[in-house]
Design a protein around this ligand. Structure first.
Ligand SMILES: *Cc1c(COP(=O)(O)O)cnc(C)c1O
Length: 301
């Protein structure tokens, strides 16, 4: 990769457990969370081609997000890294107290523009994006969450790094499904398994078709049922799992995405979902700054 992420070093951490050994299953975490202390690893990949475009055309970056958006911080950070400015269009009126996430965006030099929730709903409409683009001719426009063909293409670069481990299964948490689409795009014969972090996410296939074009995705699997009440919701059970996982393996998980995937993955291994001989790689996509919105003292890390 070029640009700020040239030196990306991928850390792989194998999770050793007697039960896995008995089942002849290997589980390895690709620690994308270690690529940067605050920026989610998968976000940097999704931004890759947008950054290339911004550098080539000397433009700013403009994107969208809510007050806790990991994508927003990643964009602010990346813009700073490549020496350009960024604009964040934020969902909702400006609050009295800015969230930790938005403060970080400002620290990275992002200019924030707050719009009402009803107006924000329009950001997915092509005419609205066109309107924004016309008003910001000096910006590369990145859709919310990087949900764009270029975002998926960037995420596919992750797969190049995983293939050296010769995996049979790749697991990833799903928000917009852009990272999942990218992994599919870069996959050979591996099964790519998504764990939605959002309740009632029934449009993953159509999202992937939007990003990659209509075609068969025989190696795509989606495991529902591990959203723990919905996006950015957590149960006691999930928090206990996170603490145990940290104490056992020294891997901090975030409650919005990676903890839900890991919980589901763990349960599915125990339920013999994965055949003997499986070499599973799951992505720790980062997002740890999100844990700051949890009540203090809940987590042991
Ligand atoms: C954004 C994010 C995801 C979801 O990625 P999508 O490409 O939107 O599906 C997963 N994990 C973390 C930590 C994230 O910040």
């Amino acid at each position: 990769m070029s640009g700020p992420f040239e030196e990306n070093k991928f850390v792989f951490q194998e999770i050793v457990h007697p039960e896995f050994k008995k089942k002849n299953i290997r589980l390895t975490i690709a620690r994308l969370d270690m690529l940067h202390p605050v920026v989610s690893g998968n976000k940097l990949f999704k931004l890759h081609y947008f950054l290339k475009e911004a550098k080539a055309s000397h433009k700013k970056l403009l994107t969208f997000g809510g007050a806790y958006s990991n994508h927003l911080v990643a964009t602010a950070y990346a813009a700073k890294e490549i020496g350009t400015n960024s604009i964040g269009i934020i969902r909702g009126e400006k609050p009295l107290l800015l969230s930790h996430t938005l403060k970080m965006c400002i620290e990275f030099g992002m200019q924030l523009e707050f719009i009402s929730r009803s107006e924000y709903k329009k950001i997915h409409e092509p005419c609205f994006l066109e309107y924004v683009a016309n008003n910001h001719k000096d910006c590369v426009i990145i859709p919310e969450g990087g949900f764009h063909t270029l975002g998926a293409k960037g995420a596919s670069l992750i797969m190049n790094k995983l293939l050296i481990k010769d995996p049979t299964h790749i697991c990833v948490p799903v928000g917009t499904a852009t990272t999942l689409a990218g992994l599919l795009l870069g996959s050979k014969e591996q099964l790519v398994i998504g764990f939605p972090a959002v309740k009632n996410m029934t449009d993953i296939e159509s999202r992937i078709n939007t990003l990659l074009g209509e075609r068969e995705h025989n190696n795509l699997r989606i495991i529902y049922g591990y959203h723990f009440g919905g996006y950015a919701k957590a149960t006691n059970d999930l928090i206990i799992f996170m603490n145990k996982f940290y104490e056992e393996y020294k891997v901090p998980l975030d409650f919005v995405y990676t903890a839900k995937m890991m919980y589901g993955l763990w349960e599915k291994i125990n339920l013999k979902y994965f055949p003997a001989g499986s070499n599973i790689i799951c992505l720790h996509t980062g997002g740890l700054q999100g844990n700051k919105s949890l009540q203090k003292g809940l987590l042991v890390y």
